[in-house]
Write a protein that binds this ligand. Sequence first.
Ligand code: HSE
Length: 445
Amino acid sequence: MKPIQVGLLGIGTVGGGTFTVLQRNQEEIARRAGRGIHISMVADLDVERARAVVVGDTAQIVNDARQIIANPEIDVVVELIGGYGIAKELVLEAIAAGKHVVTANKALLAVHGTEIFQAAAEKGVMVAYEAAVAGGIPIIKALREGLTANRIEWVAGIINGTTNFILSEMRDKGLDFDVVLKEAQRLGYAEADPTFDIEGVDAAHKATIMSAIAFGIPVQFDKAYVQGITKLAGADIRYAEQLGYRIKLLGITKRTDSGVELRVHPCLVPAKHLLANVEGAMNAVVVQGDAVGTTLYYGKGAGAEPTASAVVADLVDIARTLDADPAHRVPPLAFQTASLNSAGQALPVLPMADIVTSYYLRIRVADEAGVLATITRLLAEAGISIDAVLQRQAEASDGTDVAQTDLIILTHATREGDMDTALAKIQGLPSVLAEITRIRKEELN
Ligand code: HSE
């Protein structure tokens, strides 16, 4: 059978890895796909960079991506440009030209996925995106196909390697966030502009995509709650450790009776839980299904060949079903497209006030009689039950003469809106001397 012809848009780290993996493993890949997979065109503004990757004249190199889209010989366009700008235009143009699309672009799908999947359905082409979530870990395949028998209950994961590296270093070396961020940039783990990683946006893009596939709802990045790690203090990492927890940036999406939770924020995780032991730049995702129970997926979430592994897997899937009736292919968001919107109306993404979780609180107070009693009374009045309390001499005081102490409180599960009410009252107490730190806690069981 004639090899499928692929055009790469962008040949940076992942594009280079895709080229290398396809060349190195081409025989086995062709045996699996039932036909060869050939990158016959590469578009990159930096033509010299492309020439350094493309060995011999196996592929035509151009600096205009639209030359690939216009070529009738090209079956699949692989978009590795990133972002929502030109990448969106090119993906929609490729679909309009009848090309199948493979993309690693989580931002594009989390924000514009509904429009893109709709356009693809109308043209009868596939949009595959295994590389968009957790790099080399086949989590899309697992959620969409392997776990298809299940009613998924929740998904929680470490889905940003940069922030996991930073948190691991903060804990291991007792360093502050700013110091470790600089080190991560020096080592190439963090981008020169790390905003999307450290503010939780990248993880939220990925959580949004997993939420859609897990629960059969449209991608709704605008409804995701996003909080990064920039405000995490070393003291909280140390106190958490003393209480038997580690702090991780988690992407969480959970089905409840009233809707779907979709949130990214730092989280206390029991130190013995597998997720707590995912260190450095590694990723891991836990999925809870009603039939299978708990499953865990672990691996590299970024890098040239791990991400290429996912891109090539998508190319193989496309090669296998290129000639199939579109109705017989796996739906892009796991659920038949027609069922997505109606199910979405029935299952809204919940506002944060309605999510239910437990909490770690650190409250800097004047060390005087009755303070702890007042705080616990205000929590009790809001219906919040305390799990553990720790009192530690403040690591640094604000220079006043008042004796200060840190109260660290773990609560049982409560509605976030009730916690907001209680904390507003506690924050207003004269003996509370600094902004209260609140970190959500997940037992993941
Ligand atoms: N910047 C991401 C991370 C990888 O640090 O995990 C690509 O999403």
